[in-house]
Design a protein around this ligand. Structure first.
Ligand SMILES: Cc1ncc(COP(=O)(O)O)c(C=O)c1O
Length: 362
């Protein structure tokens, strides 16, 4: 069997054992607290990963775009939530096809203005669509801002021939800015806010919060109030999860970028063959694009399209031609920039998986 020593770089490596352990771990926590897991596939975009999540016990999948949902159908998924504001009646045939192929298909409704347009999408699809109402809990992106707005939207939906309210969700992306010690306090505020909206409208409807930073804390604090969580990046991990929020130890991060040192143009600087077309331009709060996975003091501090600028105390010892693995700051765009990932196990290459939903942002 081949090893990564001969792999052309830059290459995205998935450690199969760590991936499966991360999937099992999140599922175990959700099961222990009676909360469904509905992973967001925006991070992995791969049927092989979705299959593993469903086999481990995930109740369904979450997607941002219809193209992602379509790409995930071969995973065998039966329940799917498109957590995005659909606003184009031209997409009606695809909406109808997805609704017909799934047992449970839901889409987001994110405001009254959006509901009016979404109803035209549903009408054009000739389907009454199940909708999950977005509630803003601090990110300031989609979702009703106040209880009164949620109640007005619920009344509007109650009269709609094309949309049926089936629950509430939030994306608390603002948790990525919170250190570990503040996350728990914010979880209880988030649950109070979200459940107050649900309880004022219909106590029988489910609430689905939960990103990779908050999902386990929410499941543990749920006490029956939350029905599902929808984390995306948890099965891979990145610097945001291992360093910034402290949610995953770096030894559990399952995806790395293998790169080659292509030059050392001046003392203290090494250039690698992975730049923004591999890592994207995303950075951690302390301006790092990626960090050496083996713990050496080596950080990608700047990127051009095909170059990464590596600095740190261990640069002097690097040789041109040497390969090393990096943990990216943010894993989601890294996967969306690669056609396939190399799967490793026991020091060998064990598989290659296509990123089927890569670029499916329509
Ligand atoms: C609507 C929605 N749900 C779930 C997620 C998953 O978040 P994470 O990858 O942080 O787990 C995201 C991420 O952007 C999202 O936008």
């Amino acid at each position: 069997m081949a090893t990564t020593a001969t792999l052309a770089t830059p290459a995205v490596l998935v450690d199969r054992a760590r991936l499966e352990a991360n999937i099992a771990d999140m599922q175990r926590v959700c099961d222990a607290h009676g909360v469904e897991l509905r992973p967001h596939i925006k991070t992995h975009k791969m049927v092989e990963v979705a299959r593993r999540q469903l086999a481990a016990g995930a109740r369904g999948l979450t997607c941002a775009k219809l193209g992602e949902a379509e790409a995930m159908l071969p995973s065998g998924v039966r329940s799917l939530f498109v957590a995005h504001s659909l606003a184009d009646p031209g997409q009606a045939p695809r909406v109808a096809a997805l609704a017909d192929r799934l047992d449970d298909f839901r889409v987001a409704v994110t405001s009254e203005a959006h509901a009016i347009v979404l109803a035209t999408v549903a009408a054009a699809a000739g389907r009454k669509l199940a909708v999950m109402m977005a509630v803003d809990t601090g990110l300031g992106r989609e979702g009703v801002r106040e209880l009164a707005a949620a109640q007005r939207l619920a009344v509007w939906l109650g009269r709609s021939r094309h949309l049926a309210l089936r629950g509430f969700y939030t994306h608390e992306g603002n948790f990525y800015g919170l250190p570990r010690e503040q996350q728990l306090t914010h979880v209880s505020e988030l649950l109070d806010r979200l459940c107050a909206v649900r309880d004022a409208i219909d106590r029988t409807l489910p609430v689905w919060p939960g990103c990779s930073v908050s999902a386990k804390l929410i499941a543990a604090a749920s006490a029956g109030r939350v029905q599902a969580v929808r984390p995306g990046a948890y099965m891979f991990g990145d610097l945001s999860l291992s360093e910034v929020t402290g949610v995953m130890p770096s030894a559990t991060v399952a995806v790395h970028v293998l790169a080659t040192v292509v030059d050392k143009p001046e003392p203290g600087l090494a250039l690698i063959d992975a730049g923004s077309k591999t890592f994207s331009s995303d950075r951690t709060a302390d301006n790092i694009h990626a960090r050496a996975a083996d713990g050496r003091d080596l950080a990608v501090v700047r990127v051009n399209e095909e170059h990464g600028y590596v600095r740190g105390a261990a640069v002097e010892a690097l040789r041109v031609g040497e390969r090393l693995a990096f943990t990216p700051a943010h894993i989601c765009p890294v996967i969306n920039l690669t056609d396939e990932v190399t799967v490793t196990g026991g020091g060998q290459i064990v598989d290659t998986w296509r990123v089927e939903a890569r670029g499916k942002n329509r």
